[in-house]
Design a protein around this ligand. Structure first.
Ligand code: KMT
Ligand code: NI
Length: 172
């Protein structure tokens, strides 16, 4: 997984946007983001059992899978948001980028490819995009019911219980 500070240029979101500043796995862990690489689904199953992810499905994001909806979907995923639950994705094929907010509110870009598994904590502001190849296939894991309604960034969310708990976790 390649992780770096986003360069903040306004060109196509699907470009790399690599500022050249590397971000360590340790600093991702500090903001509650966990990353793994598993070549075998057995390892995914073991992690799922350990963390209580009982359910899963698969999503393909590409023009051929989504047709006319593709561009709109990619725009929605790239709108800065949070969820009231963890976002867990195991990449089955293709590539993409998760951008997460650092402690000081800068974008950190995480490039994901086949075999990568990423866990974003509830309450973290983030966004996702495909890359120039316009293709990713991922397994989505969840505990009971999928609760991944995106809550778009808004000052009112400062009062959201999940956001508050996340912000509090950053200060320890
Ligand atoms: C999401 O919730 O952002 C998605 O499911 C898209 C990313 S899946 C690689
Ligand atoms: Ni999300």
């Amino acid at each position: 997984m390649r992780t770096y500070e986003y360069d903040n240029s306004t060109e196509d979101q699907r470009e790399d946007h690599d500022s050249g500043a590397v971000v360590s796995e340790a600093s991702l862990n500090h903001i509650g983001v966990l990353t793994y690489h598993f070549d075998s689904v057995d390892d995914v199953n073991a992690l799922a059992a350990e963390r209580g992810y009982k359910n899963r499905d698969e999503i393909t994001i590409s023009p051929s899978a989504l047709g006319d909806l593709y561009e709109a979907k990619v725009k929605t995923f790239f709108h800065e948001h949070l969820h009231e639950d963890e976002e867990i994705r195991y990449i089955l094929d293709g590539d993409g980028f998760f951008d997460v907010r650092s402690k000081d509110d800068r974008w950190v870009r995480i490039g994901v490819s086949k075999g990568d598994l990423i866990i974003l904590p509830a309450g973290i502001y983030h966004r996702f995009t495909t890359d120039k190849n316009n293709y990713i296939k991922a397994m989505r894991l969840f505990q009971e019911e999928p609760k991944w309604t995106p809550l778009n960034r808004d000052p009112q969310l400062d009062e959201n219980a999940y956001r508050k708990a996340y912000v509090k976790s950053l200060s320890v």
